[in-house]
Write a protein that binds this ligand. Sequence first.
Ligand SMILES: [Zn+2]
Length: 408
Amino acid sequence: MRPVASASAVAYVAAVSASEPGSPSELRASNRQRLLGLLRSRGPMTQADLARASGLSPATVSSIARELRDEGWLEEGDGGRRAALALSRSAGVAVGIDFGHSHVRVAIADLAHTVLAEAEEPVDVDHAAAHGITLAGRLVRRLLDEVGADPDRVTGVGMGVPGPLRRDSGEIGDSAILPGWIGARPEELMEAELGRTVRVENDANLGALAEIVWGAGRGRSDVVYVKVATGVGAGLILNGRLYQGAGGTAGEIGHVTIDERGPVCRCGNRGCLEAFAGAEAVLEPLRRRHGDGLTLRRVVAMASEGDLGCQRVIHDAGRALGLGIAGTCNLLAPEQVIVGGELARAGDLLLDPVRDVVRRAAIAATRAIPVTAGVLGERAEVLGAVALVLRESQRFVAEPPASPAVAR
Ligand SMILES: [Zn+2]
């Protein structure tokens, strides 16, 4: 069961809906929400940018901005952006949590997109879900305390989970890489632990959000992010929003057929992209020479040191990826393709063959779409969980933040 919205959020909704539909006060409330939403999803903006992005007149923006500043919602943004407005530090914080194969990582950011604190703790691969949740809860409370944020000011909690999530039941599916999480309902468990609404998303979608907010695709609104690690998956940002598909499973680029007579994939199909570019496809041909303990990280390191066999398998994975990405470019025409995940550490060793195939297999209009490496590395998921709160959640801390500008 989802906990009900906090009392203050309910009060806010009641105050908004109390005015007559279409009345000047309702219009003003909706314009305020529009401006606050823009600042939350895009970070600090000038009044001119706000007017352009919202379609409101500069006079309206200026008047609402003054009101919001007086109430303590806004402050002058920093980061060298002259006269930029940002959501106030005290307006709230977003919490991101990421469960990986052997770690739990937490990040806290303010609504002006500044990451205030980040920490990671190792966790045993065979741990039970409940243990991981307790550990994460402790880490969240410790970091909130460190940055001096009142738990009441948490605007939202985003979380990345170690496995496919069944959207109908909220359960982790049985192909999860962590056995202790199969059948668990992470959203429910974490909501019970923290006493707030939690939004859960898969790792590729979180990587996509993180890269457009803090990384290689900053400021872009049409981006395809491809994560190449144990599995291969994509996060799609279309028109500035995460595209999830009807059942929430959009982006399964790893199971696009590359060769119908290719190897059998874990999904049961044959010749999927993942069967050519996932970890097994990279590691398997190298085991005879390098032994069973081989990891992707090690293969990338050896390739960078000049090992021809390792370079060759990464090159082949890149060509297969190129086919999948070229088709995706034709279909969606993004501004940019970002490749992340463990194998992306190989940089141009992986990306040059991708670009080569895209140049040949994509149509003229999409041939020149830049294909770049993600820049956030292993932080991508936890920052994406924060971005999920900043960009996607509609909920706001309801009352104006405490500020010297507010008479009390
Ligand atoms: Zn497959």
